[in-house]
Design a protein around this ligand. Structure first.
Ligand SMILES: Nc1ncnc2c1ncn2[C@@H]1O[C@H](COP(=O)(O)OP(=O)(O)OP(=O)(O)O)[C@@H](O)[C@H]1O
Length: 252
């Protein structure tokens, strides 16, 4: 299986001099193409920093990150932003969208900015994605006229516009009620089934239980992993139990 990401002995520190602290303390991690993984761990253990380092959003202080055969640690900012734009998708707890644009225009904005000539084609793709994610009727709505779950679906549409190889989700269901959260997870499962790798950071065992590999972080290190079969819609209780047993074992 080809690796989409190889992180080797990643060190990331913040602060200067005596204040300097390793937030990632020699983390090695590999993610396969098309894999669905999650990262759990206490607040401050370094989960988001790991995601930012693996996506080249943050530079690292030691070790290296290979993304799709390219050494990100040796790439210049232009190359990094090209890779992030064309091969990665990002979903956050709440999508950052502009109030003066409707949902469709928010979704197409990053793509149109890169390619002003192809607005019609880009809009068509966005409409198709909105339909697929069940929000086709919301194209012309303001961002204040939709629910949190619908807004998050729009955020996922935006992240999918360039057909990325991987979607990074930092607490993508953190602001949603449990029904909307599970619906958003259904979307991630569908995207993943079509071959896109997905990496989620989450505090929620029920979310992690839907992925096929859960990495557990503690104090800047991955201290354990749990492998699960690909989720087929069944036995969520058993999978959650496996995640919580592991959390208890590690003491998180
Ligand atoms: N830009 C920064 N400057 C200084 N310290 C930072 C910076 N970003 C993160 N940190 C620190 O690094 C540590 C890890 O942060 P990170 O956000 O990766 O943790 P996390 O596990 O994702 O936490 P949470 O679950 O609360 O989101 C924290 O102590 C945080 O304060």
């Amino acid at each position: 299986m080809k690796k989409i990401i190889i992180g080797e002995h990643i060190v990331k520190s913040f602060g200067e001099g005596d204040e300097q602290r390793n937030v990632l303390d020699g983390v090695s991690v590999e993610i396969n193409e098309g894999e669905f993984v999650s990262v759990m761990g206490p607040s401050g253990s370094g989960k988001s920093t790991l995601m930012f380092s693996l996506s080249g959003t943050d530079s690292v202080n030691g070790g290296k990150v290979i993304f799709d055969d390219k050494d990100l640690s040796a790439a210049v900012e232009n190359e990094l932003s090209d890779i992030r734009r064309n091969k990665m998708g990002f979903v956050y707890q709440q999508p950052i969208m502009l109030k003066n644009l409707n949902i469709l225009d928010n979704i197409i904005l990053p793509s149109v900015r890169d390619n002003r000539k192809n607005v019609a084609k880009i809009s068509k793709k966005a409409s198709a994605l909105m339909k697929k994610l069940g929000i086709a009727e919301l194209e012309k709505r303001d961002i204040t006229q939709v629910s949190g779950g619908q807004l998050q679906r729009a955020g996922i549409c935006r992240a999918l516009m360039n057909s990325p190889k991987i979607i990074f989700g930092d607490e993508p269901t953190g602001a949603l009620n449990s029904k909307s959260a599970q619906e958003v997870m259904d979307i991630f499962s569908e995207i993943n089934a079509e071959g896109t790798a997905v990496m989620l950071v989450t505090h929620d065992a029920k979310i992690a239980a839907r992925t096929e590999r859960v990495m557990f972080m503690l104090d800047g290190k991955i201290v354990s992993e749990l492998k699960l079969p690909k989720f087929d819609g069944t036995d969520i209780e058993g999978r959650m139990e496996a995640v919580t047993v592991k959390m208890r074992e590690i003491g998180i």
